[in-house]
Ligand binder design. Structure first.
Ligand SMILES: [Ca+2]
Ligand SMILES: [Ca+2]
Ligand SMILES: [Ca+2]
Ligand SMILES: [Ca+2]
Length: 537
């Protein structure tokens, strides 16, 4: 087996050799209704200017290959790219004779050898985008180049949902010892294009559980070829009708070493609407297998293989937040924000919180997070009441939220789990009051009471947040104004003199003092009681 490391290849300025097709003038990028990516029979963005002033408003394979280099371009609207250079000659990875396009994956085997020139692939590549019109449909752009255009050979792609790796001549699910198998709605694209560059036919199949089922047959150059396809097609393809320049290391039959010029009919690109092709039941695809085959049939024998990675779904992102401190009896409000940075609509399968339990039905029925369309962000809140005893026993309050999202096919793979952990520390509010006044007085005597108040709230020893909130007379909790203060059974409301002395807000540990003079008018024992009411700020 041999392959070339894309990252080591130089990034050189391509010599733009625009296809002379009638619909492919530089002022009209050949996007043919799928206006994110140029399906125009070449690999260079129509408005390309040579580095270092690369400015691109359109995307083509030059950009995808550049994306594998460092530093890479940022590609608007493209959520994932894949690019793989294949080997050539007599010692590269090819299918073992007998492997068929419509075999179960575990029946495929690979070996080291040489593909016939006309079936020798140079590279495969892919890009994933959101349909710019509907903003909900997943588009896949797939491409390849080959070393020769003579004779009759067909080409195609399998888009596989599991992430697969080749080992010992077989395909395994990444990170496991399990042989890879097809999942329902794995997608097969077969193409038939001439050595003059016309795309005559594209057939689309899905894996139905035991074999392939035909979905669409784009038969005839007036349907299958992007130059002639209707606006916003379900799929179309383009080959190059003139020699084109590419920036990846390209090898051509009969030429030693690498060249940058691809002869007529040795480059192919296709764009397909995964959502429409699969009736809205597309999965999360992770692997792209490009192949050449003996003939244009889904039961044909396989020749060369190129395995690349391509992600049609993205990892759902979750951020969970709450105020960092709380206390017994209070409701901690958790805010969950989730976003879908990928090109595939995702549905919530389960949402749970380690403290609050399963909230799936609540989230699905009352929030926008039940379905996340491409690039959508949603958020919602839920509460947890801190129980009595928590300050001593379960401090801090730690919980984790988990969300599992699945693509429309319902098939769940590893990309779809989102989680976030949150820690809320508890404090115990407290105040200490000292009141002093004269022991004796005669009626009519002026006496002075002295009040001293301290914020004696506690935090847990060793807590990350070492101070408790300030305590105040008046606060706003959940939009409701909560009023406290100081009221003495004899002296009346003392909030004003207390506030004047700074006692209306006490930071953690702070002490304040105030005095209240009054005239003693009683004839006997006078007992007064003072009530201090504070709230955490
Ligand atoms: Ca193109
Ligand atoms: Ca182009
Ligand atoms: Ca090859
Ligand atoms: Ca190969």
């Amino acid at each position: 087996m041999s392959s070339h490391d894309a990252a080591l290849a130089p990034m050189s300025a391509p010599v733009v050799s625009e296809d002379s097709g009638a619909l492919n003038s530089p002022s009209a990028p050949g996007v043919y209704g799928i206006s994110v990516f140029e399906l125009d029979g070449n690999a260079v963005p129509f408005n390309f200017t040579a580095p270092p002033t690369v400015t691109l408003s359109a995307t083509d394979w030059f950009s995808v290959y550049n994306k594998t280099l460092s530093p890479s371009l940022a590609l608007a609207n493209i959520t994932s790219v894949g690019f793989r250079l294949d080997g050539t000659g007599s010692n590269e990875d090819i299918f073992q004779p007998g492997s068929k396009i419509n075999d179960e994956l575990s029946a495929w085997s690979f070996t080291s050898g040489g593909a016939p020139d006309k079936g020798d692939l140079v590279n495969s590549m892919g890009a994933i985008a959101v349909h710019p019109g509907t903003l909900t449909e997943t588009l896949a752009y797939l491409g390849l180049s080959r070393t020769d255009n003579s004779g009759s050979t067909s080409y195609g792609f399998w888009l596989l949902q599991p992430s697969v790796v080749m080992s010992g001549g077989q395909l395994f699910i990444s990170g496991t010892n399990t042989l890879a198998t097809h999942k329902v709605n794995d997608l097969l694209v077969l193409s038939d294009f001439s050595n003059g560059g016309s795309v005559d036919r594209i057939q689309l199949y899905r894996w139905n559980g035991t074999g392939t089922t035909s979905l669409f047959d784009l038969n005839g150059v007036n349907i299958a070829d992007c130059r002639n396809a209707p606006a916003d097609p379900i799929g179309c393809g383009r080959s190059n009708t003139v020699p084109i320049s590419v920036t990846w290391p390209y090898y051509n039959k009969g030429e030693p070493g690498f060249t940058s010029t691809v002869p007529i009919g040795q480059f192919f690109e296709t764009g397909i609407n995964l959502t429409r092709i699969l009736g809205g039941n597309q999965g999360c695809y992770s692997s792209l297998v490009a192949f050449s085959s003996a003939s244009f049939s889904d039961s044909s024998s396989l020749k060369d293989s190129v395995l690349a990675s391509l992600q049609t779904c993205a990892q759902i992102e979750m951020v969970k937040s709450a105020t960092p401190q709380s206390k017994e009896g209070d409701v901690i409000t958790y805010t969950i924000t989730m976003s879908n940075p990928g090109a595939t609509l995702m549905r919530l399968q389960t949402f749970s919180d380690t403290l609050v339990g399963n909230l799936t039905n609540l989230v699905t029925s009352t929030t926008a997070c039940g379905v996340l369309t491409p690039f959508e962000t949603c958020s919602f809140n839920y509460g947890y009441t801190v129980p009595a005893g928590a300050f001593a026993n379960t401090n801090p309050i730690t919980n984790v939220a988990f969300a599992v999202y699945v693509p429309p096919s319902g098939q769940q793979f590893s990309q779809t789990l989102a989680s976030d952990v949150n820690v809320v520390e508890l404090f115990k509010p407290g105040i200490a009051v000292t009141k002093s006044g004269p022991t004796y007085a005669v009626p009519g005597q002026l006496v002075t009471y002295t009040f001293s108040v301290q914020n004696t709230s506690q935090v847990k020893v060793g807590a990350a947040i070492t101070t408790a909130p300030a305590l105040v007379f008046t606060t706003t909790a959940d939009g409701i104004v909560v009023t406290g203060g100081i009221v003495d059974s004899v002296l009346g409301n003392l909030s004003a003199p207390a506030a004047a002395a700074g006692c209306d807000m006490l930071s953690h540990g702070e002490t304040c003092m105030f005095e209240v003079p009054t005239t003693y008018n009683s004839l006997g024992l006078l007992t007064n009681t003072v009530v201090f009411t504070y709230h955490p700020a």
